[in-house]
Design a protein around this ligand. Structure first.
Ligand SMILES: Cc1cc2nc3c(=O)[nH]c(=O)nc-3n(C[C@H](O)[C@H](O)[C@H](O)COP(=O)(O)O)c2cc1C
Length: 188
């Protein structure tokens, strides 16, 4: 158990090629502890939620839900749009949460982080915590990772160039590793 590799699924709520939030995920891969590995999954193919399709969901949704189910925990990069969760991310979470009896989010541990304007996506991340209550996902309270004034901390390709933020991502991942282990304990 102590040396078990933790498999993360990482996704960002921005589809931009040079997205800072996608850049945070790549930076996380760079500073990841040895006992963790992460697949970064793009939400680009997830269509708009349509309840009529719930019983026969689009292939991209089936794939996304399977990847969530197979992951030990999630690392979610949460952009802030108009003081809330970006629609791309909210839409993907809405799909993943349905139907409720078949939601891979149920009981899933996760951590979040975000890069944005003055408050570094704090408002969006607090809205995401609210979403996590209904979907029964679990994150820790601290540390939180808000990256304000993102334009100054990423290069033109959306790669993180700020070493202090990298250190804080590392701390977030170490916390996520111990947090996830609590959920991996199997009782026979
Ligand atoms: C529609 C829209 C609304 C935005 N609203 C906010 C906001 O409420 N708070 C904030 O910090 N930044 C806001 N921004 C700026 C984004 O944080 C910034 O564009 C950021 O780089 C987006 O993340 P990305 O680089 O991962 O695409 C907004 C951007 C857009 C396009």
């Amino acid at each position: 158990m102590a040396n078990q590799t933790i498999h993360l699924l990482g996704f960002a709520g921005s589809l931009r090629k040079t997205s800072c939030n996608a850049g945070l995920l790549r930076a996380a891969q760079e500073v990841m502890p040895a006992n963790m590995e992460m697949e970064i999954y793009s939400l680009v193919n997830i269509p708009l939620y349509n309840g009529d399709l719930e019983s026969n969901p689009p292939a991209a949704v089936v794939e996304f839900k399977k990847k969530i189910a197979e992951a030990d925990s999630l690392l979610i990069a949460v952009p802030e749009y108009n003081y809330s969760i970006a629609g791309v991310l909210k839409n993907a979470m809405d799909w993943a949460s349905r139907p409720v009896k078949d939601s891979p989010l149920n009981g899933k541990p996760f951590a979040m982080m975000g890069a944005g304007g003055g408050l570094g996506t704090a408002r969006a991340q607090y809205h995401f915590r609210q979403l996590a209550v209904f979907t029964n996902m679990f994150t820790f309270n601290k540390p939180e990772l808000f990256v304000p004034n993102a334009v100054e901390k990423f290069d033109q390709n959306g790669n993180l160039k700020d070493d202090l933020v990298k250190e804080r991502i590392k701390l977030l991942l170490e916390t996520l590793a111990s947090w996830t282990k609590r959920f991996l304990i199997k009782i026979d």
